[in-house]
Design a protein around this ligand. Sequence first.
Ligand SMILES: Cc1cc2nc3c(=O)[nH]c(=O)nc-3n(C[C@H](O)[C@H](O)[C@H](O)COP(=O)(O)OP(=O)(O)OC[C@H]3O[C@@H](n4cnc5c(N)ncnc54)[C@H](O)[C@@H]3O)c2cc1C
Length: 301
Amino acid sequence: MSDFPAVRGQLLRGESLAPFTWFRVGGPADALFLPADTDDLAQFLAALPNDVPVLPIGVGSNLIVRDGGVPGVTIRLAGRQFAQIEPLDGARIKAGAGVLDSMVAKGAAKAGIAGLEFYAGIPGTIGGALTMNAGCYGRETKDVLVEATVMTRTSEIVVIPASEFGFTYRHNALPDGLIFLNATYQGAPDDPAAITARMGEITSKREASQPIREKTGGSTFKNPVDANGEKLSAWKLNDEAGMRGYRRGGAQVSELHANFLINTGEATAADIEGLGEDVRAAVKAKHGIELEWEIKRTGRP
Ligand SMILES: Cc1cc2nc3c(=O)[nH]c(=O)nc-3n(C[C@H](O)[C@H](O)[C@H](O)COP(=O)(O)OP(=O)(O)OC[C@H]3O[C@@H](n4cnc5c(N)ncnc54)[C@H](O)[C@@H]3O)c2cc1C
């Protein structure tokens, strides 16, 4: 489409999405829209023809954007209105979908709200956390979410209670095409210093066990469940299949954590996705298990 609706935020044509992802790979967005606020987003979507695809992204910490780029409009909620954090009565906290999880954890700690410490170690935004049911160390988004506000593709604003998300492991069952605007969480009152100390433990554990300073997308595959219903670790399966450190082009399976893929510098998205498929094939051959991608892959090859 050559003409997009007028906006108050930024609408960038052919902008490379690589800098917008943790892997630092990927082609351009046909259009990248950074709405100024909710009204700007609503007016844009209302005027955008229905057949133009829309992809909301956060900070791309769970995303491989393919080398051919993304058709339609990619939307990133970077405006100030999407970055608010507001403690509420009753140990609740509300956060914009563009806020980093770690900032919400800090905001909650400061306000004496316990329960969101696990967000300190997840590098994504609230929009990504709601999509992925993000979690770690035994807690997930579903354990603390009260409700979220979304905008539909036709620009209606709807509040969805947590009970309607159909959350499962790293997944929600909502229809495609919703854009999260904000979320409200329920915590429990506690001493800010104690909460901050627990957050510190989480971040130190993570630094020791994950390549968090690399160009990566976090856990590549979901942890599978075997025929007896027992939970397995994807990193262990990858390791046992001999894939730790394995390379394809500029992509490598992390030496530190065998379920993380890394862009060592010059990787393409095809290198990274291909390496992921190499790992899946090796695990299938060794264990007979089909690993399922946790990382979202999007765009044209
Ligand atoms: C070093 C590292 C460590 C990680 N550790 C963990 C961990 O411990 N636990 C964990 O769960 N994850 C982890 N991850 C993965 C990742 O951080 C999470 O999945 C995170 O929730 C993704 O958020 P994001 O903002 O980066 O989303 P993106 O990667 O940008 O997008 C992910 C998905 O969310 C959708 N999305 C994003 N924003 C919106 C929105 N506003 N509305 C609708 N849809 C939206 C996108 O369309 C896409 O489908 C890790 C990643 C890295 C790089």
